[in-house]
Design a protein around this ligand. Structure first.
Ligand code: G1P
Ligand code: ZN
Length: 545
């Protein structure tokens, strides 16, 4: 087998964002584009760090083609053993499981997460390191530097590897294993949760659920775990077949994009007891009860308060972390439990060091992501199983579990408003204006909301000491209200401005108000400061969660 050295020249835009390199499919299809980025990853690794690798993706358009290209480059770069998910499929959490279980050097995940797929949609590449988590910024920066000067990549020629059956191959000294995409992940879940108890709950005939896989990667995982191992009915799974264009949907499990599931759960009669959905690559989750939405921030807090009830977490929670824009509901639990709650910048990669150092074993983000130390990624189905186990244990409805939580810890009203694909210059101007206003805000009051501090969040990693600056504008009020403004790092078109609003009510306060009405005074403050509606040209946010 000949190893070809292909001459290439740099692309200027291969800077990984919040979660890997994410671009439109068309961009990735340009000659050499994918190959340059993959070679840059391999060139940024030491030779000891490139012996074993797992490759898989969320099944989106271009997944299979990209896998063959990456495999050829991996072979040419001398990898000893490459694992590939059957049908080219692996959820992001499953990649993390496989890296850890087989002690691999790393993994390449092909996904643009919750962004739409298809020829006109998005594609993405993420590299995960040997702890199973996303590569840290030091590494992705190194890759980006390399993409600016790359002049050649190595690739072998040959037939495509068949991806649809499990099997073993050997090409030019590289062993290739096409593995079952689901079983390693499902086995781990069985260790963490009380499958017998959940099975009995389904068997009783008194409990039903709906899981919306959104035509993305979790369909096969849900079928194996929920239906085969736990006894849920086949009808419990909606949109369970992965499709390259996700059925033309937007595989983002929120109240806007998981509309069918939301409608089902809002039916007055006969709605399932638990509704859940996951995103393109299976790392996000949305949890719904009957006519009830659990905010991801509340979900994290409820998990923290109850983890000790579940087999994998009987030893309790040693520490929690949440991303800065995530509500402070988990902080209240941490305080009560006498443990620390770390506040990190947006993005799962910031949890890795804390998990590895044993400082935390539970973490989450407001963006429908929760996870624990079982892997180093957020994990959609894990969160669903956590809630199933909790319901089986407490024998209460989702809504009752959350209400009881609020009665114990208080409620953090919370909402995020996204202005998607707006003009980049306008977005940057709004951010720079609010940045300029920061020093004038302390001490200012709007009604009951007195500003205590206003800054641009920076984070010093307590484990490796690295500093991450400019991670989002924070306006913090004395009454524990917060307004956060930041720009998305995962969008591929224009700019996406995210506004986050939060207001705390103690257990004795008002716990049942409508969230958007309750938070309206905070929306007005942002409008007054930077006129988002007028300057974005939108009369309302594109997505409210
Ligand atoms: C978004 C979320 C963030 C999450 C990331 C990857 O990033 O806000 O919490 O970690 O997707 O799933 P953003 O677009 O805000 O940079
Ligand atoms: Zn995702």
């Amino acid at each position: 087998m000949t190893i070809n050295t292909i001459t290439t020249s740099p692309f200027p835009d291969q800077k990984p964002g919040t979660s890997g390199l994410r671009k439109q499919v068309k961009v990735f299809q340009a000659p050499h584009y994918l190959a340059n980025f993959i070679q840059s990853i391999f060139d940024s690794l030491t030779s000891a760090e490139k012996t074993t690798l797992v490759i898989g993706g969320d099944g989106r358009y271009y997944n299979r083609e990209a896998i063959q290209v990456i495999l050829r480059i991996a072979i040419a770069n001398g990898y000893k053993h490459v694992y590939i998910g059957q049908h080219g499929l692996l959820s992001t959490p499953a990649v993390s499981v496989i890296i850890r279980k087989y002690k691999l050097n790393g993994g390449i995940i092909l996904s643009a997460s919750h962004n739409p797929g298809g020829p006109d949609g998005d594609f993405g590449v993420k590299y995960n390191v040997s702890n199973g988590g996303p590569a840290p910024e030091t590494f992705t920066n190194k890759v980006f530097e390399h993409t600016k000067t790359i002049a050649r990549y190595l690739i072998v020629e040959g037939d495509d590897i068949p991806l649809d059956d499990a099997g073993e191959y050997e090409i030019a000294g590289t062993r290739i294993t096409v593995i079952d995409s689901v079983s390693d992940y499902a086995d781990l879940m069985e260790h963490l949760f009380d499958f017998d108890k959940i099975h009995s709950m389904f068997n009783s005939g008194l409990f039903s659920m709906a899981f919306d896989a959104m035509h993305a990667v979790t369909g096969p995982y849900a079928r194996e775990i929920l239906v085969k191992r736990l006894g849920a009915t086949e009808e419990s799974i909606m949109n369970g077949t992965p499709l390259p264009d996700f059925g033309k949907g937007h595989p983002d499990p929120n109240l806007v994009y998981a509309a069918d599931l939301v409608a089902l759960m809002n039916q007055k009669l006969q709605s399932p007891d638990l509704g859940a959905a996951s995103d393109g690559d299976g790392d996000r989750n949305m949890i719904l009860g009957r006519q009830f939405f659990v905010t991801p921030s509340d979900s994290l807090a409820v998990m923290a308060a109850n983890a000790h009830l579940l087999p994998g977490y009987r030893h309790g929670v040693c520490g929690i972390a949440r991303s800065m824009p995530t509500s402070m509901a988990a902080d209240h639990v941490a305080r009560r439990m006498g443990i620390k709650c770390y506040e990190t910048p947006t993005g799962w990669k910031f949890f890795g060091n804390l998990l590895d150092a044993g400082l935390i074993n539970l973490c989450g983000e407001e963006s429908f992501g929760t996870g624990s130390d079982h892997i180093r990624e957020k994990d959609g189905l894990w969160a669903v199983l956590f809630w199933l186990n909790l319901i089986a244990e407490k024998k209460q409805s989702v809504a009752n579990i959350v209400h009881q939580h609020w009665q114990g810890f208080g409620r953090n009203y919370y909402s995020r408003h996204d202005y998607e694909n707006i003009d980049m210059t306008a977005a940057q101007a709004m951010l720079s204006d609010i940045q300029t206003l920061l020093p004038t805000l302390s001490g200012r009051a709007w009604g009951d909301n007195l500003v205590m501090a206003a800054d641009n969040f920076s984070y010093r990693d307590p484990v490796d000491g690295s500093l991450s600056e400019n991670q989002g504008i924070r306006i913090l009020f004395e009454n524990e209200s917060r307004i956060i403004v930041r720009m998305s790092g995962t969008g591929t078109q224009g700019a996406t401005l995210r506004l986050y609003f939060e207001q705390y009510q103690p257990p004795a306060g008002q716990l049942d108000a409508d969230t958007q009405t309750w938070l309206a005074p905070l929306f007005a403050i942002v409008e007054e400061l930077i006129q988002v509606k007028q300057r974005s040209g939108r009369s309302a946010p594109d997505v409210i969660t």
